[in-house]
Design a protein around this ligand. Structure first.
Ligand code: SF4
Length: 427
């Protein structure tokens, strides 16, 4: 069996192996999702580029499709360059060069929610904490608004709950697992302590626990309908734990109270630390390279999202974001890379995107290839490349090419390099 790195989710598992012989895949260590991702990538037939002409999608050579895409980008007055949370950092850098060359607006799909986590003060106070630290030290593990059992399958088994660690001699027996969410989730099945809370009450509950921890206020009877006895029991767990980690997810961003929730979580962590106990927080992100997309953009331009090249250099205007510009019909073409945006963008945004001359570079699965004006297939990063992504805790992980032929498909990065060349060389 060969070593590989799975890019099925943002854990980027690099402790897995697989063998592919005569159309059959055997794997060791991959979860169901990872095995399926690899199998789909390996069994994918070579797919052709296509160009939409008179409403019909017709097959085209790679060179024809690249030329057509470059023409759309060169002729656009205000193109959007978007996607990237499933792309490698190397591909994102080429994408930035394309955006600069055609004076585009560049954004990543992380700006839909995960950006809040990255750009908050909460992020700054947890910058050096890794998943390995959680495995080695975390006595209390709290999933708040996240459901890794369905989105990051090996989170629990590889890092946060089941494994033994330097200070966790008995693995799961040495930890307490708490899950807080607005509904019953799969992850709740492994929890010692489950809290199903009303929608929008996260910050109130966090602040109540903070007050109880620091002695500045007391929980009497209930908070947001949660009985005091449950919250005080959780507070006592936090008081007695040498190390607590919060894994927070989209539940904190999707409620419309993202800033308030992140601020309340920051206060809660500070309250635990004031008690002389260690506490940290880390997001649970489902898209493979969500953190890498924000970091690469930030490192290259100084902004983690919404970079505007319309003046010839990178800028970021307060209040400008891709979603409001897209809804305001401010773009006249779009290049989307790696993300099936027609399937995943919320309704109105997806419809606006589909109405533009749309270039899509990525895997042939999903709705976006069939709606694109120009579609250029790219092979799986997990199969083809030795490029780099960032794990959800910001650890750089270099991919290992598993099957370099990749069914005759080029990598995203190689397709983007050809597109960059075509955009720069005018015909
Ligand atoms: S947890 Fe994620 S990265 Fe790890 S094997 Fe499963 S899908 Fe792949």
């Amino acid at each position: 069996m060969k070593d590989l790195v799975c890019d099925g989710c943002s854990l980027l598992c690099d402790d897995v192996k697989a063998e592919y012989k005569e159309g059959e895949l055997k794997s060791l260590g991959l979860c169901r999702l990872g095995h399926e991702c690899l199998e789909v990538a390996l069994k994918r037939n070579e797919s052709k580029s296509s160009i939409r002409k008179s409403g019909k999608s017709v097959s085209a050579s790679l060179d024809e499709a690249v030329a057509a895409a470059a023409k759309i980008l060169r002729e656009a007055k205000r193109p959007l360059v978007y996607g990237w949370t499933r792309s490698t950092n190397d591909a994102i850098k080429v994408g930035l060069d394309i955006a600069a060359s055609c004076k585009a607006f560049f954004d990543t799909q992380a700006s839909l929610g995960a950006l809040r986590a990255f750009s908050s003060e909460l992020h700054d106070m947890n910058i050096d904490y890794t998943l390995d630290d959680a495995r080695n030290n975390a006595e209390v593990v709290i999933y708040w608004g996240s459901n890794p059992t369905e989105s990051s399958h090996r989170h629990v088994s590889r890092f946060s709950v089941l494994p033994k660690g330097e200070r966790i001699p008995e693995g799961v027996e040495s930890r307490a697992v708490v899950v807080v969410d607005v509904r019953e989730t799969e992850t709740m099945k492994i929890a010692n302590h489950r809290l199903v809370i009303p929608f929008g009450s996260d910050a109130d509950i966090m602040r109540a626990i903070s007050g109880e921890l620091t002695g500045t206020s007391s929980i009497v009877e209930e908070v947001a309908g949660i009985p005091a006895v449950e919250l005080i029991s959780l507070t006592n767990k936090l008081k007695n734990s040498d190390s607590t980690v919060f894994f927070y997810g989209s539940g904190l961003f999707a409620s419309g109270y993202a800033s308030e929730n992140l601020m309340a979580l920051k206060e809660l962590i500070e309250s635990i630390r004031k008690n002389g106990r260690a506490a940290h927080a880390m997001p649970v992100a489902s898209d493979t390279n969500t953190i890498g997309a924000m970091q690469t953009l930030n490192g290259s331009t100084g902004f983690p999202s919404a970079v505007d090249y319309s003046t010839g250099s990178a800028s970021n205007s307060e209040g400008q974001n891709m979603h409001s510009l897209l809804l305001g019909e401010r773009f006249d073409a779009a290049l989307v890379v790696g993300s099936d945006i027609v399937a995943t963008l919320p309704g109105e945004l997806g419809a606006c995107m589909s109405s533009l001359p749309l270039i899509y570079i990525g895997p042939p699965d999903g709705l976006t290839p069939s709606r694109a004006t120009v579609f250029i297939p790219a092979g799986s990063n997990m199969v083809l490349t030795e490029e780099t992504m960032l794990r959800v805790d910001q650890e750089p992980i270099q991919l290992i090419p598993f099957h370099k032929d990749g069914n005759g498909q080029l990598s995203e990065t190689e397709v983007l390099r050809r597109l960059l060349h075509a955009v720069r060389v005018r015909d």
